[in-house]
Design a protein around this ligand. Structure first.
Ligand code: PAF
Length: 283
């Protein structure tokens, strides 16, 4: 397995694979790889001839008070995880390689980015859409794999690919959880033992909300209240948002319809974690 640091290096490798008629799967990541990422690699391995994992902590998607500097970086470990999952190449560029001094073009999406994480992290999805577009242009994948944990990100990337007629299929993969329910996240590494325990309020709230919707509750405010109460009961937890929105538009609704996304972001101490459930009638 190769670790490639330059755009030119990836393009050269990709051109050779394409010339040989091979399909390419891309797993975009910011490193600090965990079982959630590993499930994306496995899905890519099963669907594609060649698998590229990008490991790039993208400065453009972090706000000024966020954890860009502190974000865990360990390319030796990440490389070993990728190798163990049969990845063919890791793309690990520097920020300078991705954003040269003259860089001045951004991909901005409207509406879908207004709610949820977009509301509490202004500019975040501009950073995500820009870097993901660049990764798609560099790697030219046939398939790209993203986790459902970032449900809004997944919906936005699918929209962007459709809107801009990008030539690939976006595949969403299920949330991977710890045995006790906590969704796997690179940021779980920040949690102290007490915070780790407190973090279980996220998955508990998600389970309770999903049970209520499956039992027929259609009042979005009632579902939201039930989920919020579980989180508010823990003194280490502070709600950033709990939203129950239309699954297709990501806009708030009073009465839930056929497609529902319940998403939450919660600070456990100073660590911001997210979780969600998606309900599709008939599934
Ligand atoms: O989900 C992530 O880890 C990032 O937002 C992504 C898609 C790799 C873009 O930097």
């Amino acid at each position: 397995m190769q670790i490639i640091e330059t755009v030119a290096g990836v393009k050269e490798q990709v051109a050779a694979w394409k010339a040989a008629g091979l399909t390419i799967g891309l797993v975009p990541t910011m490193g600090a790889l965990h079982e959630g990422h590993e499930s994306l690699m496995e899905a890519a391995r099963a669907a594609c001839d060649k698998v590229v994992v990008s490991v790039f902590v993208n400065p453009l998607q972090f706000g000024p008070d966020e954890d860009y500097d502190a974000y865990p970086r360990d390319i030796a470990r990440d490389g070993a995880v990728c190798a163990a999952h049969g990845v063919d190449a890791v793309f690990h560029p520097t920020p300078e390689e991705m954003y040269g001094p003259a860089f001045n073009t951004y991909v901005v999406m409207e509406a879908l980015t207004d709610a949820l994480c977009g509301a509490s992290r202004p500019g975040h999805f501009r950073g995500v859409c820009t870097v993901v577009t660049k990764l798609f242009n560099i790697v030219q994948p046939d398939f790209a794999f993203f986790g459902q944990k970032d449900a809004q990100q997944l919906a936005i990337i699918k929209r962007m690919v459709a809107d801009l007629n990008m030539n690939l299929k976006v595949v969403g993969c299920p949330i991977v959880r710890e045995e006790d329910g906590l969704a796997k996240s690179s940021r779980n590494a920040y949690l102290s033992p007490d915070e780790r325990q407190a973090a279980l309020v996220l998955s508990r709230a998600v389970r309770a909300g999903e049970a209520a919707v499956r039992a027929g509750e259609r009042d979005a405010a009632a579902v939201k209240r039930q989920m919020s109460a579980i989180i508010e009961a823990d003194p280490l937890a502070r709600i950033d948002y709990v939203e129950v929105v239309d699954g297709a538009t990501m806009q708030p609704v009073n009465t839930l319809g056929r497609s529902v996304l319940a998403a939450l972001a919660v600070y456990i101490g100073s660590t911001r974690l997210i979780d969600n459930f998606i309900y599709e009638e008939g599934e």
